[in-house]
Design a protein around this ligand. Structure first.
Ligand code: CA
Length: 237
């Protein structure tokens, strides 16, 4: 939506300028910070609607900024930018409260699309029913319907699907999924998450080997990919 403010924290001048131009052309207001200290100050003091956050920054790095922003109780979406080959490091950023990430070099169009999706979800109140493809997830009755017919899910599969759908478009690490679905007190590993994803895929994916909905993020975790995701949060009652 035009007029929302994007804070871009990026130390490379050409990248900073390029992102500023693109976001402004898309109708956003843009605030810039060239190092971590300025970025953190801008995030906390001017409360942007979304933060695009490079990880490797002078003074204060992106992880620390992420941790401190969330420590202030601020919930705006944070999209991290990471260098190629550092995908495994992004797990730390996601566990510290980032919502999403892109690996450099990335397509600016994709960054804009992801940011728009995060802003849209941040604006909408959480609905009770989520629609994706032929499926409808009814949170109130904890049921998944496919063209009106109930799909049998185990309690863990249901909990996993609800988490993924509620946070559609956001990269979730295995650790976070474990915390949210299994809780702290059970001795389970990331393998348990992978197994549960696999059984869930068999129930919701046309081709589980090439998933349309639950996408694997290599070395990171999973993301529910709605694509054209206008159905989400359509509260039907
Ligand atoms: Ca950098």
């Amino acid at each position: 939506m035009a007029g929302e403010t994007i804070l871009i924290v990026e130390d490379e001048p050409a990248m900073r300028r390029g992102l500023k131009d693109n976001f402004e052309q898309a109708g956003y207001r843009v605030a810039l910070a060239a190092d971590g200290e300025a970025g953190l100050r801008a995030a906390v003091e001017s409360r942007p609607d979304l933060v695009v956050l490079d990880i490797m920054l002078p003074k204060v790095n992106g992880y620390e900024i992420c941790r401190l922003i969330r420590g202030q109780g601020l919930t705006m979406p944070i999209v991290m930018l990471t260098a190629k080959g550092e995908e495994s490091d992004i797990v730390l950023g996601l566990n510290l409260g980032a919502d999403d990430y892109l690996t450099k070099p990335f397509s600016v169009r994709e960054l804009l699309a992801r940011c728009e999706a995060h802003l849209r979800r941040a604006r909408e109140p959480a609905g009770k029913r989520y629609v994706f493809g032929a499926f409808e997830l009814d949170v109130a009755s904890r049921r998944l319907l496919r063209e009106g017919e109930a799909v049998e899910l185990t309690p863990k599969e249901y909990a996993l699907l609800e988490l993924l759908v509620r946070r559609a478009g956001r990269a979730l690490t295995r650790d976070e999924i474990l915390r949210q679905v299994w809780g702290y007190n059970v001795f389970v590993t990331g393998r348990s998450v992978d197994r549960c994803v696999n059984t869930l895929r068999k129930k919701i994916e046309d081709d589980p080997a090439r998933p349309r909905w639950v996408v694997t993020l290599r070395e990171v975790g999973y993301r529910f990919d709605g694509g054209n995701w206008t159905g989400v949060n359509q509260a039907k009652g």
